[in-house]
Design a protein around this ligand. Structure first.
Ligand code: F6R
Length: 611
């Protein structure tokens, strides 16, 4: 939430920053701003997207070789020009951009107001920069020392960059709880919330850890922690192609990412799974695999779509490994004082690797002695660094706010973990293990087949664009898919949608069924097929509109559905990988036809770094 980017070097800073902000817009997009050193420390900011800011900059001489920018997801104060970042200090000699929340800002603000400070915005961030300046003036220390001292007194989360009018060769950055990456180029430096604004210029990066500061002064980079201990910069090479973060001819990132799934699923299995030799290896788990094999219970913590992947994983672990599983919303788990016993293992799932609630749940479980595995997509993000072991999903950057390819890659990784554990535990027959490996290798092709129905799905979508409510029903492995289908629809089209286990319908939701209620059944041929056929009849009897996701060749369900979308047959436990694809496309097309911004839906952000 909130994207920050900064630059110092020979290029025109505003070019690098505006481009970088566009890449980070998935993190927040209610207002935008930039600070440059163009004949003074000047701040330009605007409510709305980066394109609005860009338009408003026309006609200004923006020549500057240092600068910083911010795209905001509002926490304190409504989205408007005043609350947009950067924020000035009292004397306007300092400016700051900030991602995170300063929890003790009101007490700091009261103190500063007593000293005569006045504020232009309602933000915690403006208080933060006034506070830094207050220390700077009182302590008569260097600016980086004033920033450091301020950091030791603020409570909350931050990734910040500070600029000073007095030194046009100085950028000071720090992080705690919100991500910050420093890009190291030849004679130039970049700072950003993630590597996407940087990789166009350099693939050498430093991922700052919590309580670390990066100071770039007169071409020199210094890293230290907030206890003032100097640290040796650990420069890593990021393996990300520019093309992976561009739309590549698609109208939206979401559509591109849906269509990328045959490839992202393959990438996720590459080098890990080989059915011909029966080989299945997850390097990151090797050291801890016995911990999982001997686990008495697995607790899965996640949010949103990742939580849905966790629900599917519950079925994997129970079916293959016979290990009891509980799937927890990280936000509830962290505040519940849950019982964590010796023998419990936690699996944390997160696309971004930055979700604040998931991170806090991990820290809490760690403090109770639990072993934590991470399943994350963004390499180098906070969650993989906070866990004992884990496996990346390798789906590539996911930029559309609605998660699609990350979900299918999470399912693949979780399935692989469960299979490895089951094999070692001896709870899965070798024949079944091999069948699953073979079928996993077939999944990319099967997803490709579903994607071929895109036009048909668009035609179905066109019939439902004025609908106010949707129900999604599934059983067994397809129940979490129903939840995921409903989430996709509501988040990008703003149509109210609910996912339910199909059999639960008669305990309440059936009261909603009438001719205006579309019901999406995920009704593939599996062990609960007959049961779901009955559920479809119950809906039809009440005149509901039925859209069914069916297995190719099914001749029964089409006779009782208004619309059907076929998916290829696969093993029951792998069906979510295939059956979710039409639901992603259905929600995408409905949202586009309703003129919604599918990549940047209102009120949402890709990386939820606030609780
Ligand atoms: C839905 C969506 C969100 C995320 C949730 C968790 O499409 O994207 O529900 O799944 O915010 O995010 P991660 O996986 O980054 O922890």
């Amino acid at each position: 939430m909130c994207g920050i980017v900064a630059y110092i070097g020979p290029r025109q800073a505003q070019d690098v920053i505006i481009k970088g902000l566009k890449r980070l817009e998935y993190r927040g997009y209610d207002s935008t701003g930039i600070a440059l050193m163009n004949g003074g420390l000047n701040v330009y900011k605007k409510k709305g997207k980066v394109s609005e800011l860009e338009k408003s900059l026309n006609g200004f001489d923006l020549n500057s070789h240092i600068g910083m920018g911010h795209t905001r997801w509002a926490t304190h104060g409504e989205p408007n020009d005043e609350n947009a970042h950067p924020h000035y200090s009292a004397t306007k000699k300092l400016a700051i951009i900030h991602n995170g929340i300063i929890e003790n800002y009101s007490s700091l603000k009261e103190d500063l107001e007593r000293k005569g400070h006045t504020f232009q915005s309602e933000t915690d961030t403006e208080v933060f920069i006034h506070f830094i300046e207050d220390i700077y003036e009182n302590e008569k220390c260097s600016l980086d020392e004033a920033v450091r001292l301020a950091l030791t007194k603020v409570i909350g989360a931050y990734a910040i960059v500070v600029m000073s009018l007095d030194n046009s060769e100085l950028l000071i950055a720090a992080r705690k709880g919100s991500p910050l990456v420093v890009g190291v180029g030849k004679g130039e430096y970049f700072m950003a919330s993630d590597a996407t604004p940087i990789i166009e210029y350099t693939n050498e990066v430093i991922y700052l850890n919590d309580y670390e500061m990066a100071i770039i002064n007169k071409g020199e980079l210094t890293i230290k922690n907030t206890e003032n201990l100097p640290l040796t910069p650990y420069i890593q090479t990021v393996d990300m192609e520019l093309e992976a973060i561009e739309k590549g001819g698609f109208d939206h990132y979401m559509l591109k990412e849906i269509f990328e799934q045959p490839r992202s699923i393959k990438d996720c299995m590459r080098g890990r799974l080989d059915s011909a030799s029966g080989r299945l290896i997850l390097g990151g788990l090797r050291e801890y695999v016995n911990t999982l094999v001997n686990a008495d219970r697995i607790l899965i913590v996640a949010c949103g779509t990742s939580w849905h992947a966790g629900l599917v994983a519950e079925y994997f672990f129970e079916e293959y490994c016979r290990i009891p599983v509980e799937v927890e919303y990280a936000s509830e788990f962290r505040y519940r004082n849950p019982v964590i016993r010796e023998g419990d293992v936690i699996i944390a799932i997160s696309q971004s690797g930055e979700t604040a609630d998931t991170l806090a749940a991990i820290e809490m479980a760690k403090s109770k002695g639990a072993i934590i595995f991470g399943v994350c997509n963004v390499v180098g993000s906070s969650i993989p660094r906070a866990t004992h072991a884990g496996a990346y999903t390798h789906a590539g950057p996911e930029i559309g706010v609605a998660s699609t390819k990350a979900f299918t890659a999470q399912l693949i990784v979780l399935n692989m973990i469960a299979l490895i554990v089951a094999q070692q535990k001896g709870t899965i027959p070798q024949q079944k293990f091999l069948e699953l490996l073979i079928e996993m290798e077939n999944i990319p092709e099967k997803v490709e087949i579903v994607l071929k129905h895109n036009d048909k799905i668009r035609d179905i979508a066109a019939k439902f664009i004025d609908t106010n409510n949707f129900l999604y029903l599934g059983r067994g492995y397809n129940f979490p898919v129903a939840l995921e289908g409903a989430l996709k629809l509501k988040e990008i089209s703003y149509i109210h949608a609910e996912g339910y286990p199909a059999a639960e319908m008669k305990h309440g939701p059936i009261a909603l069924i009438d001719e205006a209620m579309p019901v999406v059944f995920i009704a593939t041929k599996d062990s609960s097929y007959e049961k779901i056929v009955s559920n479809i009849q119950e809906v039809k009897a009440r005149k509901g509109k039925v859209i069914s996701i069916i297995t190719e060749g099914d001749t029964l369900i089409p006779t009782m559905s208004d619309h059907v979308i076929e998916v290829p047959k696969t093993i029951e436990s792998l069906m979510p990988l295939v059956s979710v694809i039409p639901l992603q496309l259905l929600s995408y097309h409905i949202a586009v036809m309703r003129d919604c911004n599918v990549d940047q839906p209102r009120n949402l952000a890709k990386s939820v770094t606030v609780e």
